[in-house]
Design a protein around this ligand. Structure first.
Ligand SMILES: N[C@@H](CCC(=O)N[C@@H](CS)C(=O)NCC(=O)O)C(=O)O
Length: 215
């Protein structure tokens, strides 16, 4: 049985749970981290020495780091759908996953979501936030051009490439920040919202994180 640890409001957990939902894998989800605590127990540190969620245990195979987990689950349970034996297909997907984690996620999740939403108003660094909001605008405009002729990131169906980037959208479109017009991204977002696994695991209210820097 697959077990997944992490609080539902965790951005990185949401990527994993979205894929678990898409794959329809039987699993147990244990809320851990944030208000649930549990990151510092010896049992948890044995699984993930970094003390972060998400973590999975799949019949004794333990994996941490959200993108490593996505690739593991796709290879194990999604051959022919989320996992391809063609290295060119995998590279196409990897480049968008890595771009999401190394470019989009730092600007949005760290710069805007933490810098603006999770930081109490008197402590906000407004020039730094403005810069990150502008960077996000450029990233989403780039995506918008890409999506002009792609229904999903790699073509006509959902792949691993959609998951890390798509997990940003619920928060990006619900924050009170300036956004450029990105009609193609919005069409893709509407497509994702039709998926039960996206609604269940990514469209999770996040008001409990407002002004909260302690986890
Ligand atoms: N690079 C890691 C980041 C893991 C991470 O920072 N997780 C956050 C939640 S998104 C965490 O465990 N924070 C501590 C907490 O929630 O208490 C990944 O992608 O899995």
């Amino acid at each position: 049985m697959l077990t997944v640890w992490g609080r539902r409001s965790s951005f990185n957990l949401q990527k994993v749970m979205w894929l678990v939902g898409e794959l329809g894998v039987a699993h147990k989800h244990i809320e851990l981290a944030g208000p649930f605590g549990g990151l510092d127990t010896p049992e948890f540190r044995t699984m993930n020495p970094h003390g972060r969620v998400p973590v999975i245990d799949d019949g004794g195979t333990i994996v941490w780091e959200s993108h490593a987990i996505l690739r593991y689950l796709a290879a194990r349970y999604g051959r022919g759908s989320f996992w391809s034996d063609d290295e060119r297909m995998r590279a196409s997907s990897d480049q968008w996953m890595d771009w999401s984690q190394t470019v989009l996620q730092p600007d949005f999740l760290i710069g805007v979501f933490w810098g603006f939403y999770r930081t109490p108003e008197p402590q906000r660094n407004l020039p730094a936030i403005r810069k990150r909001v502008e960077n996000c605008a450029r990233h989403f405009q780039l995506l918008d051009r890409w999506l002009a002729d792609h229904a999903y990131i790699l073509g006509d169906r959902l792949t691993l490439a959609d998951i890390p980037i798509g997990t940003h959208l619920y928060r990006y479109f619900n924050l009170d920040i300036e956004r450029p017009a990105v009609a193609n991204v919005e069409t893709w977002y509407r497509r994702l919202q039709k998926r039960p696994a996206y609604r269940a695991h990514v469209m999770v209210a996040f008001d409990d994180l407002r002004g909260r820097l302690d986890y």
